[in-house]
Design a protein around this ligand. Structure first.
Ligand code: SF4
Ligand code: SF4
Length: 397
C-alpha cells in the first residue's frame, strides 16, 4: 500500500534538476545498478527505421515479438506511459573475471555468462523498484513509473545510446566505458523531469574482430546481426530443429554465446564486478556436463535452473543443444550416452539431434555409431527423427 500522496511534482530550476539527477544515479549505484544515464522521452525515429529495415530483411525472423506494429508503438515511450518525462537507462555490470572451463575430463557445455546466476530480468526490476521507492521517499510524492527489462515495449539499446550510458558496438551490443558489453540493461521510466545526458562520441573505428570471429558469420555487417544464424538465438529462441549446416559451428554452447563479447577489446578491459546475484550456484549453471543434460529429468532441470534465465529454452531445448555440443566436441566415449538418448529420450527433438551427433562421431567410430543408428531406425516412430537418422547414416557412411 503506497501512503505517499498523489500530487504533481514541481522541480523549480536547472540546479534542482541536476541535483535530483545526480541523486538518482548515485542511489541507482547504491541499489546495485552500477551505471545509469538519463535521456528524454522524445521518440526514436532512426532506431525505428533501422528495426523496420531489419524486419523486412529477415534479420529478426523467428522473433515474433518484433513486428512493425510493435516497433511503431515502442518508437515513442509515451505510447506506453503517456505522462512519462524521463527515461533512466540503468545497467547491471556482470564481468566477474576470466573463468575457464574446468579440465576434468567431463565433456561440458558452455552457458552464456549472463545466465549463470539469477534471472537478470527479475534482479534489475527488483533493484529499479527499490530505487523508485527511495525516490518517492526522497520527494514525498508518488511518482508514476514503469520498470522495463529486455522488452520490445521500449527501444532499449537506443535509450542506452542516446543517454550516453554506452555506444553501439558492431556486434550490436551496447559498450559501456569501463565495462565493455558485460552490462545488462533496464529502463526506469519516470513522470518527473531529469537532466538528460549526452550521447558518447565513440565508435569501433576500423576494428572488425567480432565480425571476423563470430562462429556462424551471424554479424552480417557492422551493427547487423542475422538472428536466425546467431548461436544465442539458436540455443535459446529456436524451439525446433536447428539447421544442419549451423550445428557444426555451434561448438560447445548450450545456452547463448559470448564469443563476440569475449573477443572485443573493450570487454577484455572490463572491470571486475562481484555481484552475488550473478554467480553460478553450481558448476551445472555455467559448465554443465553434456551427459547429464542429455539424461536430466524434468525435476533435475527445474531444481538446477529455476530462477535463472535458462528455463526459457526448456528442458528439451537444452538437451537438444547438449546433443549438438557432443557431436562437436565429443569422442567415441560419448557414443553410448548419445545412443541411449537416441533410443530412449522422451523428446523426438533430442532423439533427432542425438542421431546427428552420432553421425558426426561416426567418422571416428563408424561401427558403433552405425549399429546404434540402424537399431534406432527400426524402432523410431517419429518421421522427423527418422529423417535425421537417415541423414546421419549418410554422413557416417
Ligand atoms: S552471440 Fe555468438 S553467434 Fe551471435 S553474433 Fe555474437 S558471436 Fe555470433
Ligand atoms: S570487437 Fe571491435 S568491432 Fe566488435 S564491438 Fe568490439 S570494438 Fe567494435
Amino acid at each position: 500500500m503506497n501512503a505517499v500522496p498523489i500530487r504533481p511534482v514541481s522541480i523549480p530550476d536547472d540546479a534542482d534538476l541536476q541535483r535530483t539527477t545526480a541523486w538518482v544515479k548515485m542511489t541507482a549505484a547504491d541499489h546495485g545498478l552500477e551505471v545509469s544515464a538519463v535521456t528524454s522521452v522524445d521518440p526514436f525515429p532512426d532506431a525505428a527505421s533501422v528495426l523496420h529495415d531489419r524486419i523486412d530483411a529477415g534479420h529478426l525472423a523467428g522473433m515474433d515479438w518484433f513486428t512493425h506494429d510493435r516497433v511503431d508503438v515502442s518508437e515513442d515511450i509515451r505510447n506506453l506511459h503517456p505522462t512519462a518525462q524521463s527515461i533512466v537507462s540503468v545497467g547491471l555490470t556482470y564481468w566477474s573475471g576470466p573463468v575457464e572451463k574446468p579440465e576434468d575430463g567431463v565433456p561440458r557445455g558452455r552457458i552464456s555468462r549472463y545466465a549463470w546466476g539469477r534471472d537478470y530480468h527479475r534482479v534489475i526490476k527488483r533493484r529499479m523498484k527499490a530505487l523508485h521507492a527511495n525516490l518517492e521517499k526522497q520527494f514525498s510524492h508518488r511518482i508514476e513509473a514503469r520498470f522495463l527489462v529486455d522488452t520490445a515495449r521500449v527501444m532499449e539499446r537506443a535509450v542506452a545510446a542516446r543517454s550516453g550510458l554506452g555506444w553501439y558496438g558492431k556486434h550490436s551490443c551496447i559498450i559501456v566505458p569501463g565495462h565493455g558489453s558485460w552490462v545488462l540493461l533496464g529502463e526506469l521510466v519516470l513522470d518527473i523531469p531529469l537532466t538528460p545526458d549526452r550521447p558518447l562520441d565513440q565508435n569501433c573505428g576500423r576494428c572488425r574482430i567480432c565480425l571476423d570471429q563470430c562462429p556462424t558469420g551471424a554479424i552480417v555487417d557492422a551493427y547487423t546481426v542475422h538472428a536466425p544464424s546467431c548461436i544465442s538465438y539458436l540455443t535459446i529462441e529456436e524451439r525446433g530443429w536447428i539447421p544442419r549446416d549451423l550445428r557444426p559451428k555451434m561448438g560447445d554452447w548450450v545456452y547463448g554465446c559470448d564469443v563476440c563479447q569475449n573477443v572485443c577489446p573493450y570487454t577484455r578491459a572490463a572491470r571486475i564486478t562481484d555481484d552475488a546475484d550473478m554467480r553460478p550456484a553450481s558448476i551445472a549453471n555455467a559448465w554443465p556436463s553434456l551427459h547429464w543434460l542429455l539424461t536430466m529429468t524434468p525435476e533435475e532441470f527445474g531444481a538446477t535452473y529455476h530462477g535463472t534465465p535458462v528455463p526459457r529454452t526448456k528442458r528439451r531445448g537444452l538437451a537438444r543443444n547438449a546433443a549438438i555440443a557432443l557431436g562437436n566436441i565429443g569422442t567415441d566415449r560419448d557414443i553410448p550416452v548419445l545412443a541411449t538418448a537416441l533410443r530412449e529420450h522422451d523428446e523426438p527433438l533430442v532423439r533427432g539431434h542425438a542421431a546427428w551427433a552420432l553421425g558426426r562421431l561416426s567418422r571416428d567410430a563408424m561401427r558403433a555409431t552405425r549399429q546404434a543408428l540402424d537399431a534406432a531406425r527400426r524402432s523410431e516412430p517419429d518421421d522427423e527423427v527418422r529423417e535425421e537418422i537417415d541423414a546421419a547414416l549418410e554422413t557416417g557412411a
